[in-house]
Structures are given as C-alpha cells and as structure tokens.
Design a protein. Structure first.
Length: 371
C-alpha cells in the first residue's frame, strides 16, 4: 500500500533539488546611471514658434525626438515656461540598460530644470521633460526678438476704414487720426483695421499713424498713412456709412469685416503688376467695407494684382480693392479712383508711371508728351 504522506514529502524534496540545480538569471547589461544633453531653443516673444534642438555627445545613446509640448496659440509671453519633451534611445540595448532619475540628468544650454523622467530603468526609451525658466530669463535680450513692424498703412477710402499690415508680436495697436495737423482721436484695437467714418464730419485731408504694442515698455515705430482728401459730400457719405460693429474686438478672421468673402483666397505672388489671375465669369461686389471681386469659383484675390476686363487692380490683405499709390516688390504703382492701374501717364499728384505702371523717379515733366 502506497504511503501518501511519504510520497508527498519525496516529491517536494525533488522539486527543491531541481530548483537548486538551475542557476538564477542574472542581467549582465551595463547600467547607464547618468546622461548629459544640450537643449537649445529659438523662441520669439509674441510668436508661436517652437524651434528646439537637443543634442548629446554620448556614444551610448542618442536623441530620438524632442519637441515643445505647450506652444501657446496666442504667442509666447516673457513669463512663459516652455516644456521640452525629449526621448533618448540606447545604441545597444543588449549590452546596456537605463538606470536614470531626475538627479542624474545633466542639461546644458538654455536654463531650466528636469521636471520628470520616465522609462529610467531597463529597455525602451528614456523620456525626459525639461522645463525652461521664464523666457525673459532664458533670453536676456528677449525684447529684441519682438516683431512689431508695420509695413503698410492704408485707407478703405469709400468708408473711412484704416487698415494696416499685421505685426507678429503685437498684442494691440495704437492709432492716431488727424485732419490736417489736428489730432481728432487716439484709439487702441486688437484688430489690424479701424473705422474712423464717424470722424469724417467735414471736408479736409485725413491721415492716421499706427504702431504695434506688445507691452507698455515695448512698442513699435509709428507707420503713417497716405493723405486722404475728401470733399464735403464725400465726408458726409463716409460719415453715414459708419458701423460701430466694424470696430469689434474680435479677430479679423472671424469678424464682419470678411463676412461677404465666402470663397477661398488666391494670393498674387508675382513680381510685376501684369500678373494674370483668371476673371472670366466673375463679378464685382460692393459691401460696407469696399469693393472686391468674386471669381467664378467663389475665390478672390488677396494681397496681389488681378487683371479684370483688360485692366489691373490691386487687392489688399482682406481682399478689397485699393486706390492710390501701391508699393509692390519695391516698385510704386498708382491705381485711380476706379481702382484701375494707370500706365503711360502722369498721376493726379504729378508723377509719371511707365507702360508697366511703374513710377519713373527721374521723369522730366517738361519733356513728357501726352501723345
């Protein structure tokens, strides 16, 4: 008869002997217990740039990826702390393994601190989050990276609307309106346009100047508009066109300023005024902000020239026709009151433009013949 108690004891003893006869697995890989990396960012205050470069001189690991995780949609502020996520990979994970903590990560370059480390033991990627100090501390000359330049200050002449080119770092704009030498008003706006129609109360020459503002201590240079002379009747018409909603603080891309432009933008990028954009089947449209041309496919020309019925017209950043002097690729052109570019003639203010519409600076008016 089998003795079950003795059998159980014998099986247990055999299992123990078998276990002792198999050696325990030993991880023979060499542990990497510290890493050194260099972090270099190139961020512009007020912009949404996210340029970052992370490098290492180690032959045991390299940088797999690096990117900034918290780029703001409204642009960097001097008090922001960019977070750089860095992934390192082993060159040979058969012979090496990670054994890393925050205290064993050394970072050179832009000042900041290691805020987290994951995957710091064993195989796989080592993920490091490096948080920069306030940008005004990282970049001692951060204010020099501000883009507060305004290159154009224009008029929507029929409606007394001032519009200008957007400055990348601007948080708002300061605008001063004049009639002759008299200051009529000073306003601030977050848009890149403003309606002054309600100030056109009499005939006169109206001008404005505008500057971009990032902060009270960081302001751009003043950009001055061309003169806009209006008669008594023109002033009355502009005054009656005033719509206070035009000066809404919403962004231009979502405001009523572009309400009637329902197609897609066609940008003119050619060097001369005789650039061609098809106008077949299109139509002119006038709204409260000016004239624009709707192409057959619903698109419109923005920031460029378009030939329409044999004449050339220039359209601003918002897609509205411009009149007067146009600076385009370092050349001056003149568009008459109907918007059409002048050629081979003298402009209303006494300057000659050639067959391409370009102002000829050394033109001698006494040798010019209308024939």
């Amino acid at each position: 008869m089998i003795n079950l108690k003795k059998l159980a004891t014998a099986l247990a003893s055999a299992s123990m002997i078998a276990a002792l006869s198999v050696p325990a697995y030993a991880d023979s890989r060499t542990a990497i217990s510290s890493v050194t990396i260099n972090v270099a960012t190139d961020l512009s205050i007020g912009s949404t740039s996210s340029d970052v470069e992370v490098t290492t001189s180690s032959s045991l690991y390299d940088v797999y990826s690096a990117y900034i995780t918290n780029t703001p949609s409204d642009g960097w502020d001097e008090n922001d702390n960019p977070k750089v996520q860095i992934k390192l990979q082993l060159e040979d994970d058969d012979d090496y393994k990670w054994n890393i903590t925050k205290s064993t990560v050394t970072v050179t370059g832009d000042s900041g601190s290691v805020t987290s480390v994951s995957g710091g033991s064993g195989h796989g990627y080592l993920t490091i989050v490096y948080t920069l100090d306030d940008l005004d501390e990282v970049y001692d000359d951060w204010s020099s990276s501000l883009d507060l330049d305004i290159s154009n200050a224009n008029w929507q002449t029929s409606y007394g609307i001032a519009d200008w080119s957007e400055a990348e770092s601007a948080k708002k704009y300061e605008v001063k309106l004049y009639r002759g030498s008299s200051l009529l008003t000073t306003v601030t706006t977050t848009n890149d346009y403003y309606s002054f129609a309600n100030y056109f109360t009499q005939a006169g020459t109206y001008t404005y100047k505008v500057r971009a503002i990032y902060s009270s201590s960081n302001k751009g240079s003043w950009e001055e508009s061309d003169d806009l002379y209006v008669t008594e009747s023109q002033a009355e018409k502009i005054y009656n066109s005033y719509n206070s909603s035009t000066n809404s603080t919403t962004s231009s891309s979502s405001s009523s300023y572009l309400a009637n432009l329902t197609g897609s933008t066609v940008y003119g990028s050619t060097s001369y005024a005789n650039a061609l954009t098809s106008s077949e089947g299109g139509q002119w449209v006038q709204d409260e902000f000016g004239w624009w041309y709707k192409n057959a496919d619903g698109s419109w020309t923005s920031n460029g020239w378009q030939q329409i019925n044999g004449k050339f017209y220039f359209f601003n950043d918002h897609g509205y026709m411009k009149t007067g002097w146009i600076l385009w690729n370092n050349q001056y052109y003149y568009c008459g009151s109907d918007g059409a570019m002048l050629t081979n003639t003298v402009t209303p203010d006494g300057y000659y433009v050639n067959s391409s519409g370009v102002w000829v600076s050394d033109y001698n008016p006494y040798s010019y013949s209308a024939s």
